[in-house]
Write a protein that binds this ligand. Structure first.
Ligand SMILES: O=C(O)C1=C[C@@H](OP(=O)(O)O)[C@@H](O)[C@H](O)C1
Ligand SMILES: C=C(OP(=O)(O)O)C(=O)O
Length: 404
């Protein structure tokens, strides 16, 4: 298997990193634009494979759309396909076929769509037929499995003949991603009202809007981690804004406690080292993609850490809890569930001369979250091309930033 060898390098150069653009914003902008007849020019779309796949599939005439391992692409295209002129079969990687879709499919069926599973009930692949008639203008949807189902419904809602009222049930995970969807819909001229647990979207047309995608805050988190763990570091991350639509801007607050200060400038944010707290507690319900970054930083720095809100990690690119546990253990870091839903990091990490191999489980975030450990000791990241899902230039940037 291919690997990327990162020899121990404690310091970073004083460098500027042109981050990749957000795949979450890009994929929303692409769906919204497709729903409005592609009348807008979209700037700075992401080179992430998830976005390039969305772009390619939106242009495709095929009856089979393979989203590979892209969750948003799968969920958003499933909803979008009800407006097609022929049945569409949606499929993906083996892992994608284990990631649930029933909650979204049930909501679309309630609206009147005809959808059939082609493999296991509740999971892709599934075939979506064009919507003949809207049967209901109200759907109830569970919010604690994936917010992507809700975002998918929200974006198609104004294009439905009767609009849509969405009632959210129970705990809502990844809420900032729902807000991002609504904020972007608003920029494209669509009005929605969110009161208590109900979001109402009347039928209306998306307007033209020249959307500029911001850099990716989830991708930024790995540079915060590099700075937190390095002996000497000062980095500037380009293309990030202090007022972001992305919930993963939470990394600014988190890292302020874990040893990184952020200073916003016109064209990005400057990261500098500051003293860190001895212990840290955080609920990741709103920003699950940051959990791996934080677990690694706390483990390596020996910061006692309590993490909650990790429920959705099990159904992402891999079971991230299982993967984290296994790989952190190689560094004498324990991730343990101390009570239901509460995870603690306990560390006995000491750098060794040995090169430790990190498995990545087809998960880009495993590769990127573990790479900063190279500031303390040599590591090998297996299957390094996994980063292409969200951040294809990651290794190039690592090469550029680490000091020889
Ligand atoms: O809507 C989005 O762009 C995303 C929502 C989150 O997923 P869940 O809503 O499934 O937690 C996040 O983990 C994913 O990387 C991107
Ligand atoms: C969970 C992720 O993506 P998705 O669900 O869109 O595959 C991610 O990028 O961490």
């Amino acid at each position: 298997m291919e690997y990327y060898l990162l020899k121990h390098r404690p310091n970073l150069k004083n460098a500027e990193v042109q981050l990749e653009a957000s795949k979450s914003e890009s994929n929303r902008a692409l769906i919204i634009n497709a729903l409005s007849g592609n009348k807008s020019v979209l700037y700075n779309l992401s080179n992430a494979r998830d976005t390039q796949t969305m772009l390619r599939l939106l242009k495709s005439d095929d009856e089979v759309l393979d989203v590979l391992d892209a969750g948003t692409t799968m969920r958003f295209l499933t909803a979008y396909s009800i407006f097609g002129d022929k049945p569409i079969l949606l499929t993906g990687t083996e892992r994608m076929q284990q990631r649930p879709i029933k909650i979204l499919v049930d909501a679309l069926k309630k609206i009147g769509a005809k959808i059939k599973y082609k493999g296991e009930e509740g999971y892709p692949p599934h075939k979506v037929k064009p919507l003949q008639e809207q049967k209901s203008e109200t759907v109830k949807i569970q919010g604690d499995v994936s917010s992507q189902y809700i975002s998918a419904l929200l974006m198609i809602a104004p294009s439905l003949p009767q609009g849509l009222n969405i009632h959210l049930k129970g705990k809502i995970g990844s809420r900032p991603y729902i807000q991002m969807t609504l904020d972007m819909m608003k920029l494209f001229g669509v009005k929605a009202t969110w009161t208590n647990n109900t979001i109402e979207i009347p039928k209306q047309d998306y307007k033209e809007y020249p959307y500029v995608v911001e850099s990716d805050w989830s991708g930024a988190s790995y540079w915060y981690s590099f700075v937190a763990l390095a002996d000497e570091a000062k980095l500037k991350l380009l293309g990030l804004r202090q007022k972001s639509l992305q919930g993963d801007i939470a990394i600014v607050r988190i890292m302020n406690q874990l040893g990184v200060m952020s200073t916003f400038e016109d064209d990005g944010v400057v990261l500098q080292k500051i003293p860190h707290s001895k212990s840290f507690e955080f609920d990741f319900t709103d920003c699950p993609d940051l959990a791996q970054t934080v677990a690694v930083v706390c483990g390596i720095k020996g910061i006692h850490c309590r993490m909650t809100g990790l429920e959705s990690l099990k159904i992402k690119e891999t079971d991230r809890i299982k993967a984290l546990k296994k790989e952190l253990k190689k560094f004498k870091v324990k991730l343990k569930e101390v009570e239901p839903g509460v995870w603690e990091i306990k560390s006995k990490f000491e750098p060794t001369k040995e090169v430790i191999e990190v498995e990545t489980y087809e998960d880009h975030r495993m590769a990127m979250a573990f790479a900063p450990i190279s500031t303390h000791q040599s590591i090998k990241i297996l299957d390094p091309s996994v980063v292409n899902k969200s951040y294809p230039s990651f290794w190039e940037h690592v090469e550029m930033v680490r000091d020889e």
